[in-house]
Design a protein around this ligand. Structure first.
Ligand code: HEC
Length: 159
């Protein structure tokens, strides 16, 4: 699964470097930097839910009524009981105190392409079961209702 994803990223990064090559011949280290940025961008957008669970996860719907109150409740879980703030940071930019220990870094919830690439169900799934790339699982630590509140809060950060 991971190997397939890495292979895809490698291919895509190769394609990007060809593109930059054609556009700006001559700038060695700038290419490498561009290539790294392009690869990182693509990596972030790869689904985190394993392929055999993806369709089901994508289809999950937030059962909460989304209003200012639900978002505020999600926000307080984010900052306190959920400990999300420690890694994802106070503004959700992935720059919390422990964030620097991770590669890839904790998700930046202001990332517009990421926000549109994910369904609510995939976000819920990542919170509940974690990801291979370092997101811890919160199953058993938070209730499903609390996790759906977090989904509402993370969506509000993307607006
Ligand atoms: C110990 C650090 C840490 C904590 C605490 C943490 N996260 Fe994460 N989180 C990460 C890392 C690292 C990633 C990036 C992993 C990846 O790319 O899959 C991540 C990724 C995510 C993603 C992106 C998944 C995707 O599909 O792209 C979501 C959503 C998320 N975290 C939500 C939360 C929420 C909500 C909380 C609090 C309940 C939380 N995280 C707590 C480290 C953390």
């Amino acid at each position: 699964m991971l190997a397939v994803r890495r292979a895809f990223i490698g291919l895509a990064a190769g394609f990007f470097s060809l593109l930059t090559c054609a556009v700006a011949p001559g700038g060695g280290s700038a290419w490498a930097a561009d290539k790294a940025v392009a690869a990182r961008e693509l990596e972030i957008l790869q689904p985190r839910v394993p392929q055999n669970r993806l369709a089901k996860a994508k289809a999950l719907k937030n059962p909460l009524t989304i209003n200012a109150e639900a978002v505020a409740r999600g926000g307080s879980i984010y900052k306190a009981r959920g400990t999300c703030v420690v890694c994802h940071g106070a503004r959700g930019r992935g720059d919390g105190d422990m964030g620097a220990m991770f590669d890839p870094p904790p998700r930046d919830f202001k990332h517009a392409a990421w926000q549109s690439a994910r369904t609510d169900g995939e976000i819920f799934w990542a919170i509940k079961y974690g990801t291979e790339e370092g997101m811890p699982r919160f199953e058993g630590k938070l209730s499903d209702e609390e996790m759906w509140g977090l989904v509402a809060y993370l969506r509000s950060l993307g607006k």
